[in-house]
Design a protein around this ligand. Sequence first.
Ligand code: GAL
Length: 328
Amino acid sequence: MEKRLKNGQHWTDTQGNPIHAHGGCILKIEDRFYWYGEDRRKNYYVSCYSSRDLMNWKFENHILTTESKILKYYDSAQLKNEDGKKINIERPKIIYNEITKKYVMWAHYENGYDYKQAAVAIASCDSPTGDFCYHGCFNPLQNMSRDCTLFIDKNNTPFFVSTAQNNANLNVYSISDDYMSVNKLEKVLFKGEYREAPAFFETRDKLFLLTSKCTGWSPNQGGYAHADNMISRWSEIYDFGDETTYHTQPAFVLTLNTNQGKQYVYIGDRWGGNEWNGVDRNDFVYDNSSYYFSLINIDESNVINLEKCNEFTFDINTSSFRVWNSEK
Ligand code: GAL
């Protein structure tokens, strides 16, 4: 019987250890996928796994930890707070910079006491699985910045997008050529609508944004919008998935180039437990969190449907993802 991976279960890596890659992203480099995400165990912040088939994940490295090397780019560059405790690094996103030849990570930073600093942390590395070097954190153009993502559009223009004004707005920034800082606030999306968990992907004719409402760890109705490009006019927000987005929150969209065209794979978090109390970061929320991968279908009128997906498989020969809801 062919192997299928079941959504919402606790996935393990090829050594049988739990996979901790929450709020993350996936890069494809040659014939491998690299999955990065939050890992709140021990002194870890971000971990990396690799796979050829999105099902068998090999642990690669704890790429950012409390002990990572610090190379200051911003004044505030500590990986522990004043009490020697862990800070928060959330929703890490990594893109490759062709000029500096570095993999650059941007993530949501909090000081480990509360969620008030609302800043961006930056780290980088020469290799996709190496020990990343921490460069510090900052508030983009003095703005608050919580849930965030990086996206390079089809014109090769990179953007950083993050929630601002206490999550009320989604700010779109252009970023510097070395991917180390923001340039300019290009656009404010969905002002006053309190959207979180932004994830972008692009089809031949539209740029899509998936986002959740703002209810902490509790899942809610997912929404999507589309535009011709990042700074053009955006549609209103339409629903996708069910009222809890199948108990998930968007983390990332992986675009697959299959031999029959593109597929868009939803990478979602199914956070465990109840609302987080903001104090004990290693509580059961994290240990019970799992993942949800599924296909995003788009019709001719740019209406999105997230397929309900019990299990999935991936065919290495055709590079395609398949949803299974039937019994074996
Ligand atoms: C969510 C957010 C997560 C995390 C959590 C903390 O809304 O998307 O990344 O920050 O709140 O309560």
